[in-house]
Design a protein around this ligand. Structure first.
Ligand SMILES: Nc1ncnc2c1ncn2[C@@H]1O[C@H](COP(=O)(O)OP(=O)(O)OP(=O)(O)O)[C@@H](O)[C@H]1O
Ligand SMILES: Nc1ccn([C@@H]2O[C@H](COP(=O)(O)O)[C@@H](O)[C@H]2O)c(=O)n1
Length: 211
C-alpha cells in the first residue's frame, strides 16, 4: 500500500506520515528532507541556492546518510529548500530515489508537496493535509521554542506564507492536492484527532478498493 501525504509547510504532514507508517508497519520517507539537504550542501559549497548547476551537483551527490542532521529541521533550512526545489533539474534528480522508496514490497508512506501528483500518482491513498496559516505558525513556534530557538510568531508566519507562495506558484510540480486526494483540515484537530481522521480516510479508501 502506497500512502501519499502532501500539504503546506507545518501542516502536520510529517507527524501524520510517521504515525500512519508506524500503525501499518510501513517505511516512511520525509521527502522535504531531501530538498533541505540539497540546499544545505549548496550553501556549504559557497554557492547560491538558486544556482542550477550547483544545486544539480548537490542533488546528484546527495549523501542520504546525512538526512538525520537536526539542523535540517530549522525554518531557515526550509526556506533555502524551497529555493532549490524550484529548479526542475533538482526535482528530476531526486525523483527516482523517491519512486524506488515507494516501490518497496509492501509499500511505503511518503510526505511532501508533489507525492500524490508527480512522485506517486498511482498511490493507493492520497491525503492533502491543511490547517490555517496562523495555526501552523503557532505549532511551529512551539516546536522552535522547545528546541531553544529564539524566534517570533510574526517571523514564523511570514516564513510559512513565503514558502507556501513559492511552493504553489512554481511551474514544475507545484504544491497542490491531487484530483483524487482526500482533504484533511487539522486546524481544529489535535495530533491524536488528526491521526484518527486519517486512519478513517485510509480504511475507507482501502475498503473501496477491496469492494
Ligand atoms: N494536529 C496537530 N495539532 C497540534 N500540533 C500538531 C498537529 N500536527 C502536527 N503538530 C505539530 O506541528 C508541528 C509541525 O508538524 P510537522 O513537522 O509534522 O509538519 P510538516 O507539515 O511535516 O512540516 P514541514 O512541511 O515544515 O516539514 C510539529 O511541532 C508537530 O508536533
Ligand atoms: N515533495 C517535496 C517536498 C519538499 N519540497 C520542498 O522542500 C521544502 C521543505 O520541505 P518540508 O516538507 O520539509 O517543509 C518545501 O518548502 C518545498 O519547497 C518539495 O518541493 N517537494
Amino acid at each position: 500500500m502506497i500512502i501519499a501525504i502532501d500539504g503546506p509547510a507545518a501542516s502536520g504532514k510529517g507527524t501524520l506520515a510517521r504515525r500512519i507508517a508506524a500503525h501499518w508497519a510501513l517505511p516512511c520517507l520525509d521527502t522535504g528532507l531531501l530538498y533541505r539537504a540539497v540546499a544545505r550542501d549548496v550553501v556549504a559549497a559557497s554557492f547560491r541556492p538558486a544556482d542550477p548547476w550547483a544545486a544539480l551537483a548537490a542533488a546528484r551527490g546527495l549523501d542520504l546518510a546525512g538526512l538525520s542532521d537536526p539542523d535540517l529541521r530549522t525554518p531557515a533550512a526550509g526556506d533555502l529548500a524551497s529555493i532549490v526545489a524550484r529548479i526542475p533539474q533538482v526535482r528530476a534528480a531526486l525523483l527516482s530515489y523517491q519512486r524506488n522508496f515507494a516501490a518497496q514490497p509492501g509499500g511505503a508512506v511518503l510526505d511532501g508537496r508533489d507525492i500524490g501528483t508527480v512522485v506517486c500518482p498511482e498511490a493507493d491513498v492520497k491525503i492533502y493535509v491543511t490547517a490555517s496559516a496562523e495555526v501552523r505558525a503557532d505549532r511551529r513556534l512551539r516546536e522552535c521554542l522547545a528546541r531553544g530557538e529564539n524566534v517570533s510568531f510574526e517571523h514564523i508566519l511570514a516564513d510559512i506564507l513565503r514558502r507556501d507562495e513559492r511552493d504553489s506558484s512554481r511551474d514544475n510540480a507545484p504544491m497542490r492536492p491531487a484530483h483524487d486526494a482526500d482533504l484533511l483540515d487539522t486546524s481544529d484537530l489535535d495530533i491524536e484527532a488528526a491521526f484518527d481522521a486519517a486512519v478513517g480516510l485510509i480504511k475507507r479508501k482501502i475498503g473501496q478498493q477491496g469492494a
